[in-house]
Ligand binder design. Structure first.
Ligand SMILES: *[C@@H]1O[C@H](CO)[C@@H](O)[C@H](O)[C@H]1NC(C)=O
Ligand SMILES: CC(=O)N[C@H]1CO[C@H](CO)[C@@H](O)[C@@H]1O
Length: 750
């Protein structure tokens, strides 16, 4: 027995810490993709030929018909190019798998230091109780506490957040041993309370924990309601005195407090085990200095943590995103510490998953195709994007180190030495690193740390890391590693996408344009993969054209597609059918439902015609100097009525910015009116028995699909009475707009 176990262990010693598998249906997908490409080419040939010859004799619609065709042709050329980008992220999917037991067999005694950065920005939008749930979940990682440090960056500079963190530092003494004893999962206390662990149910510890948590929650909520900290609490910690000199959120000195100093022999939990380091940081803010939003906060954290714990691995998470798997650090280390391939990996990205997605995901928040297909595809060609949260980095690559084959970067497994000096000394030294002026005349925000001046600073930072020669890895385990909160109104969902799209467009228009910046540095497939998101905005105009031109031409009986009996009809129908069937299959395999897919289709249409359009307009305005860039934190908390609608999968139009609803409603109505006009003609044709000879069939099909997908919009316009309906002013505006467009086009030549 013994010897066979030993030899097995020996074997285990030499095996890799992770494996990479190719997807199974790869060949089938590639064949399908080629067939699609052939059809697309046929369609382009058909268009080009018809534009040249089809209107030669003037015909009934002469010039106006030709113009519509040219417009459509241009859109189709763009969609073809964009389609090529989307193939790059589907061509070569890979799946990753880790072997944690091999990691602990080889390295359990030599695990590296890990620093976890949690970022919060505003105590009203991001309630402190949620923030400390995230903090507690990462403090309770199954990882040696002396090697774990947790930093909270509070850009709101709020006494309330600090107070909540102080409470959390006490609660952790009970919480961490409780989690370890009963192997609780997930380790966010509030998630655990709403889904009690069966192993602990009848124990004394469980009832204690419940009471302790409830009491803590109550104290924090009371402080939130009062808007300040009760005096008897303030007296308990010297840290509060810092706020005496804080004049506002945007004007204060650096506040840095080490709440748990793991070097201190008294920093132990109730079982006498060491606690992880816990640090609060509100970097200095002055009105005359630009603070660079989250990127600025992370850079300050990188410097401050290097002075305090200097972990070799850094995990960044948003404050709403708790850890749902206490083994995640070990999973990530399986990549970094793999002897053969680990030295080229700069970061390990987890998908951004959400805990409050409803079954049919009405706002399509889960982005399941991006996370289950596209990022795996990018992983196959060099590595996924860095999406800003749920990502493990090597400290050195974040600091700007270039990859070098001759000088591989390995995790240092010698025994860690913690910094010397008293807490006060440490705090004073680190404070200077978080001052406003520290970065002046340095490479911070450029070659070092996260990049500044981009609305998706994380994506840009990830790109530049890869352009320095590194690879990244995408890990999407069956049990999600991190869970955040998704927006619960239409307005927030669209605004979030507007911000992302704007950031990607900025990259596209800057010197970081992936084709230029990544040329010869990253693979062509990866460059195209980046483009599939960088070009989001450019999809808005062709999509709007495609939503306007066919219905309006239907109104005027201008045919845009071939007749059913025409052989050229075949590529069209093949493309339409396979596109939708494929997209449905892909969605279902990514874990969605049929109805969620339908909602997803609708949301992509909404995003393209509103978020992307407005993002493009805003970017142009900024580039021409009319507006400044800003950063809007999307609020993820809504009142009860709105939450109820969210849970019932009813779209909430009420609080959405009117411009978004007006555009959506107008386009929906134009399609409705045109369909009615078009159908009248069909009835006549049916009576004459020649419906299939008419070339308008595809336009009618397209219009009907657009109308079907917009059913909730018509409901919101005309039938709903609740708070979430489309406001009357918007209804009137869009009806007038849509009617005028229809009347003008049908009475005039285009
Ligand atoms: C979080 O992890 C638990 C197991 O710890 C799992 O049962 C649950 O499904 C996960 N949550 C989500 C939303 O997937
Ligand atoms: C913060 C937030 O909005 N949480 C909600 C997420 O969704 C669930 C229901 O799916 C709600 O109960 C939460 O309040």
């Amino acid at each position: 027995m013994g010897s066979s176990k030993d030899s097995r262990d020996d074997e285990e010693y030499n095996l890799p810490l992770f494996e990479t598998k190719e997807s199974k249906g790869r060949l089938a997908y590639r064949l399908f993709s080629v067939s699609t490409f052939i059809c697309i080419c046929l369609i382009l040939v058909y268009r080009a030929r018809y534009i040249v010859t089809g209107f030669a004799d003037g015909g009934e619609f002469g010039e106006s018909g030709r113009r519509c065709w040219i417009g459509l042709f241009a859109c189709e050329i763009w969609f073809t190019i964009y389609w090529l980008f989307t193939q790059a992220v589907r061509w070569n999917l890979v799946y990753r798998n880790t072997f944690r037991h091999r990691l602990s067999l080889r390295y359990e005694e030599k695990l590296p230091g890990v620093d976890v950065f949690v970022c919060t920005a505003d105590p009203t939008i991001e309630p402190p109780i949620m923030v400390i749930n995230t903090v507690l979940s990462v403090m309770a990682f199954n990882y040696p506490s002396e090697n774990l440090s947790v930093y909270l960056s509070d850009d709101g500079g709020s006494e309330l957040t600090f107070y909540a963190l102080l409470e959390a530092s006490h609660f952790a003494k009970f919480w961490i041993p409780f989690c370890k004893k009963f192997k609780v999962e997930p380790r966010s206390p509030s998630a655990c309370l709403s889904n009690p662990p069966t192993a602990a149910l009848n124990s004394q510890e469980w009832s204690n924990i419940k009471i302790l948590y409830k009491e803590m929650e109550e104290r924090i909520e009371t402080a939130m309601k009062l808007g300040r900290i009760p005096e008897e609490m303030q007296a308990k910690h010297k840290g509060f005195s810092e706020w005496a000199s804080v004049s506002s959120q945007r004007d204060h000195q650096t506040i840095l407090q080490i709440l748990i100093d793991s070097r201190d022999p008294h920093a132990v939990d109730i079982e006498g085990c060491k606690l992880p380091m816990l640090v609060y940081l509100a970097r200095e803010k002055r009105p005359q200095h630009h603070h660079n939003f989250k990127a600025g906060a992370l850079n300050a954290l990188i410097r401050v943590s290097s002075e305090i714990s200097n972990g070799q691995i850094i995990l960044t998470v948003d404050c709403d995103m708790y850890s749902n798997d206490s083994e995640s650090i070990r999973d990530a280390l399986c990549f970094f510490m793999d002897e053969e391939k680990g030295h080229e990996i700069a970061y390990v990205q987890y998908p951004q998953m959400f805990r409050n997605i409803t079954t049919h995901d009405i706002y399509s928040n889960s982005l399941c195709v991006i996370y289950n297909v596209e990022l795996r595809g990018m992983d196959g060609s060099g590595g996924p994007l860095y999406v800003g949260t749920g990502c493990f980095h090597r400290r050195e690559t974040l600091l700007g180190r270039k990859y070098s084959k001759g000088n591989p970067l390995r995790i240092d497994t010698s025994v860690r030495k913690l910094r010397e000096g008293s807490v006060e000394e440490l705090e004073d030294k680190s404070k200077a690193l978080a001052s406003c002026t520290y970065e002046e005349n340095t490479e911070w925000g450029n070659e070092m740390g996260l990049k500044y001046n981009c609305a998706v600073e994380d994506v840009l930072t990830g790109l530049s890391i890869k352009c320095r020669g590194w690879k990244s890895v995408y890990l999407n385990p069956e049990r999600p590693g991190f869970l955040g909160v998704a927006p619960s109104t239409l307005g927030e969902a669209l605004i979030q996408h507007k911000r992302w799209a704007e950031g990607h467009l900025q990259i596209l228009l800057s010197k970081y344009n992936t084709f230029l910046y990544g040329h010869r540095k990253i693979s062509l497939a990866l460059q195209m993969g980046y483009y599939s998101q960088d070009c989001w905005c450019l999809n808005c105009f062709p999509t709007i054209y495609y939503l306007l031109s066919p219905p309006l031409c239907l109104l005027k009986s201008i045919p845009l597609f071939p007749k059913i009996t025409n052989p050229w009809f075949q590529p069209f129908i093949y493309l339409i059918l396979t596109k939708y069937i494929y997209s449905l299959v892909e969605f279902l395999r990514s874990g969605g439902t049929l109805k969620a897919w339908w909602n997803d289709q609708r949301m992509w249409m909404f995003r393209r015609i509103t978020s992307y359009l407005l993002a493009t307009i805003d970017t142009i305005r900024k580039l021409s100097g009319f507006a400044k860039s800003g950063f809007v934190i999307s609020s993820k908390f809504a009142d009860e009525e709105v939450l109820r609608m969210y849970e019932q999968d009813t779209i909430e139009f009420g609080t959405t910015t009117p411009i978004f609803t007006t555009i959506t409603a107008t386009l929906a109505l134009i399609n409705l009116f045109s369909l009615v006009g078009g159908l009248k003609r069909v009835i006549v044709d049916v009576e004459e028995g020649k419906v299939f000879e008419k070339p308008l069939v595809l336009q009618i099909v397209q219009c009907s699909l657009v109308v079907l997908i917009n059913l909730p919009v018509y409901q919101g316009l005309f039938f709903r009475k609740d708070k979430g309906r489309i406001p009357t002013s918007v209804t009137i505006k869009s009806v007038v707009l849509a009617l005028s467009v229809c009347i003008i086009t049908s009475s005039l030549y285009l």
